[in-house]
Design a protein around this ligand. Structure first.
Ligand code: ADP
Length: 452
């Protein structure tokens, strides 16, 4: 396939299209995987901050008495609380009550208390430099410390027991771990994508080859068919041409010589017209196999007609033609009668051709017919020269002849069985051969019956 430029180019294009499409699908899947993982992580980070902040808020708020005053309850929840901007811190409380404290150390949290004017009153946990206090109504913020580390922060409003605004509780966590996690996923996806795309490219090349194989085989058959047809056409044309040239070179032509020349031209002409008709028939069957001019045909009367038409030829070849019809009622099929006639006539003509004259006693040429599993089974049985088993699967190929010399003597061009097979297939039937060299051949056709 690769030696043919058109097929090789098409294969390359197909492979590029496959690889491109698969690459896009892979990239889109990777992208959406990355986003869903990032989203999931972001949600879990927010949930954690929210839970921590909610617990702290609910623990502290009921004990707040005066706006801007850091009450002992705050220190109970957060050990190591540092009061800033000259705010007074309460006495250190009992260590038993410091149950939330550990979280601030373990999980990179910071906790800040801000009064209503935005002044930081106290802080615990991490100490990021340069984070603005952000005393506003936005609950969630993403901020950046002076060293560039991003932080996710929640701000919860606090009020005293008398419902007077106290200030804000701010809890934040560094996004460094989150960003490292995303960078890790990005790296894994990028590293995984390269071999995946290489695999996809290889698979695309292989798949495009597999997909194009039937088309290439059909193309090769077509090429072979064209070459064979040209070869078959050339022989009679060359014979006519040389005969005409030879005759023209003759200064004087007797009537007998003129007749001989015309006979040769006539014979070759017949050969040419048979060949052209056969080729036309084959291409018509190929083109119209789905749109045959179908009618209900009675196989019994068709076989009777064939026996009548071929009896003379059989007698001339010193043969007898018999039928063996085992059907209780006439068998009907849906088909094209002209083509079915051609199918059986090709088989009978071959049976007569390939049964050489022998000394008596001579077995007759028999056409059997019976019904089997909703099919009409018709076989043409001869006691002729037979077909070598190695060639039995090839004889249905166009222009194939068993031992060209042997067949050429009979005038065949190797299209008879191809036509028979094409007609059988166009009628949703099958054709098979059983043959033994020197014993004879039986060609069997199965055609689906048209049931009432
Ligand atoms: P052709 O026109 O040469 O007969 P066919 O397609 O009809 O071509 O047959 C293909 C080949 O099959 C022939 O060359 C012939 O050798 C072989 N063949 C067909 N029918 C018979 C038969 N009944 N007995 C022996 N050989 C046969």
């Amino acid at each position: 396939m690769n030696s043919n430029r058109a097929f090789s180019l098409t294969r390359q294009r197909l492979a590029v299209l496959y690889a491109g499409t698969m690459g896009l699908i892979l990239a889109a899947s990777g992208f959406s995987l990355y986003h869903s993982m990032a989203h999931e992580r972001w949600q879990s980070l927010n949930r954690k901050i929210e839970t921590f902040a909610g617990t702290l808020h609910d623990g502290i708020e009921p004990a707040l008495e005066q706006p801007g005053v850091v009450e002992p309850v705050i220190d109970q929840f957060l050990p190591g609380l540092m009061c800033l901007n000259s705010t007074q811190c309460p006495e250190q409380s009992s260590p038993l009550e410091r149950h939330i404290a550990g979280v601030t150390q373990q999980e990179n949290y910071y906790v800040r208390f801000i009064d209503m004017s935005g002044k930081v009153l106290a802080a615990a946990g991490q100490k990021p430099e340069g984070l603005p206090p952000q005393a506003n109504r936005d609950i969630w913020q993403t901020l950046e410390a002076t060293n560039g580390t991003p932080y996710r922060q929640i701000s919860l409003f606090l009020k005293t027991q008398d419902q007077v605004p106290w200030g804000y509780l701010q809890i934040g966590q560094s996004l460094e771990e989150y960003e490292n996690y995303l960078a890790q996923i990005r790296w894994t996806l990028t590293v995984g994508f390269t071999p995946a795309i290489l695999l996809v490219t290889g698979a695309s090349w292989w798949l495009s080859g597999v997909a194009m194989r039937p088309a290439y085989q059909a193309y090769q058959q077509m090429q072979q068919f064209t070459a064979d047809a040209a070869h078959e056409l050339r022989t009679p044309i060359a014979t006519i041409q040389s005969t005409v040239e030879f005759t023209l070179d003759e200064p004087e032509l007797s009537t007998a010589e003129a007749h001989d020349t015309l006979r040769i031209i006539d014979r070759q002409n017949n050969r040419l017209s048979t060949l052209v008709q056969d080729l036309l028939l084959l291409s018509r069957i190929d083109l119209q196999s789905n749109a045959l001019n179908l009618e209900i045909c009675c196989l019994n009367s068709l076989l009777e007609e064939l026996v009548e038409d071929f009896s003379g030829r059989a007698i001339a070849a010193n043969l007898t033609l018999k039928t063996d019809i085992k059907t209780s009622a006439p068998l009907m099929v849906l088909g094209n009668e002209e083509q079915l006639y051609r199918l059986f006539s090709n088989l009978i003509a071959n049976a007569i051709h390939y049964t050489p004259p022998r000394k008596p006693p001579r077995k007759p040429l028999i056409i059997h017919m019976h019904e089997e599993e909703r099919d009409a089974v018709i076989s043409v049985q001869d006691t002729g020269i037979g077909i070598p088993s190695a060639e039995q699967s090839l004889i249905f190929n166009r222009f194939y002849r068993v031992n060209s010399d042997r067949s050429r003597q009979t005038g065949g061009i190797g299209l008879g069985l191809s036509i028979a097979q094409a007609i059988a297939l166009a009628h949703h039937g099958t054709i098979q051969v059983k043959s033994e060299l020197g014993i004879g051949s039986t060609f069997t056709i199965r055609l689906p019956l048209k049931l009432a």
